[in-house]
Design a protein around this ligand. Structure first.
Ligand SMILES: *Cc1c(COP(=O)(O)O)cnc(C)c1O
Length: 408
């Protein structure tokens, strides 16, 4: 047994969240799953949950379930996800995909700001493709200009860069709380304040924070946010996104995909669109109820454990992964492309090497699942409720072995 393997065993033995690992489906040929930040593992309770849903909610109650619970579901589940990201009730809803919600909320913000002569959108070059592509589309549609921030790919957007970029023409600042590539955690408090000082609205993408890092949306006066539920919230492939709109903005904003579910009186079937008075106006069509069953199960688990405890294990796992990389991988010429330990580090690490495309393919064959990000990065995602320290040790050691082999 190596020193690191021994340390992993000790850390697992002392881990207060260790009991939860077995709540997840584990099996097949996977020896280390290091990609829970891309697709969280399913909970073992899901066959039962889906069975009950199909038998009772859908099978017996049939369409009556809409009145009994499903119409409220985007908001009820939204409130619970909201609590995990620091939003009080009545400000978070579930539905659509992250990409679609980015469009709806960014367009709503840009339109509201156009009335004040603000036509510039600030975003960084290294943001997730959807975020950038949506901004490009809105800019073309509404005659806006884009102010691109060039962020350090191994870090992220700094407060100073945002202060530099915003001004009297800025309509919206759209950034990721945790950078999908480096795992850098942006300064939500400082950047939101800087944007507000310049008169801009801010939209935070919480895809890599929801369910793993506290965000403090209300505390920091954030305007808008979106996030995804199939990463650290284990909602399953294609599970719906969530959107946050601060209470006092509900009446000021109008989103562009006007559907019957966002109308003031959904079943009035009126001749013209009249938006719902509150958060409801941000819905468009029928909510994806079936796809929220797995999500709800995970939200329940995160609630029971507490987001602070989840973050504490995330930090411990990330620190351990860094030590394992330093032992097995960095000496072979790979580079860590993530922030150092501390408040600016999220729940994944990226390590780069020109051989990683082929190395990652070999790892997948061995049941060591991280993910490759072009051009040369492997992301090691640490999902606190389902990942063990031993798994990280095994996975990173295998990464070292395969890199060594590729270099021969
Ligand atoms: C995963 C991710 C998305 C995904 O958007 P979908 O519409 O769910 O495909 C968007 N933004 C960021 C930052 C992400 O990490």
């Amino acid at each position: 047994m190596t020193d690191l393997a021994r340390r992993a065993a000790e850390l697992d033995a002392a881990d207060p969240l260790a009991e939860h690992v077995d709540r997840f489906v584990r099996g097949g040929d996977v020896v280390a799953y290091l990609d829970g930040n891309s697709l969280g593992r399913p909970l073992r309770s899901l066959p039962q949950r889906y069975g009950d849903f199909i038998e009772r909610d859908w099978g017996e109650r049939l369409i009556r379930s809409w009145d009994e619970q499903w119409m409220r579901r985007p908001f009820d589940l939204g409130d619970r996800i909201g609590a995990l990201v620091g939003a009080g009730p009545g400000q978070v809803f579930v539905g659509d995909s992250t990409t679609v919600l980015l469009y709806k909320l960014a367009r709503a913000a840009v339109d509201a700001q156009a009335e004040r002569g603000r036509t510039e959108i600030v975003i960084d070059e290294d943001n997730f493709p959807s975020d950038r592509f949506i901004v490009e589309g809105i800019a073309a549609e509404r005659g806006c200009t884009i102010r691109w921030i060039e962020a350090d790919p191994a870090g992220g957007v700094s407060l100073e860069q945002v202060e530099e970029a915003v001004g009297e023409r800025t309509a919206l600042v759209l950034l990721s709380h945790v950078a999908y590539r480096s795992g850098f955690v942006a300064d939500v408090a400082g950047i939101t304040r800087a944007a507000h000082d310049a008169g801009a609205l801010v939209l935070w993408d919480l895809c890599h924070s929801a369910g793993v890092i506290p965000v403090g949306l209300d505390e920091h006066g954030v305007d808008l946010a979106v996030g995804c539920s199939y990463k650290y919230l284990n909602g399953g492939p294609g599970a719906p996104a969530f959107g946050y709109v601060r209470s006092d903005l509900h009446e000021r904003l109008a989103q562009p995909i006007q559907g019957w579910m966002g109308a003031a009186d959904v079943f009035a079937m009126g001749p013209r669109f009249e938006p719902a008075a509150g958060l409801g106006r941000f819905l468009s069509g029928t909510p994806p109820v079936l796809a929220t069953v797995a999500l709800e199960a995970m939200v329940e688990l995160v609630e029971s454990v507490g987001i602070d405890a989840v973050r504490a294990k995330s930090i411990a796992l990330t620190d351990f992964a860094e030590a394992a990389l330093a032992e097995h991988v960095l000496p072979l010429g790979a580079r860590l492309a993530s922030p150092p330990a501390g408040p600016h580090r999220g729940s994944h690490l990226t390590v780069t090497h020109p051989s990683f495309r082929e190395v990652n393919a070999r790892l997948w064959e061995r049941g060591v699942i991280g993910d490759f990000r072009a051009p040369d990065g492997i992301r090691i995602g640490l999902s606190p409720l389902s990942t063990t320290f031993a798994e990280v040790d095994v996975g990173v050691a295998a990464l070292g072995e395969e890199l060594r082999r590729a270099l021969r």
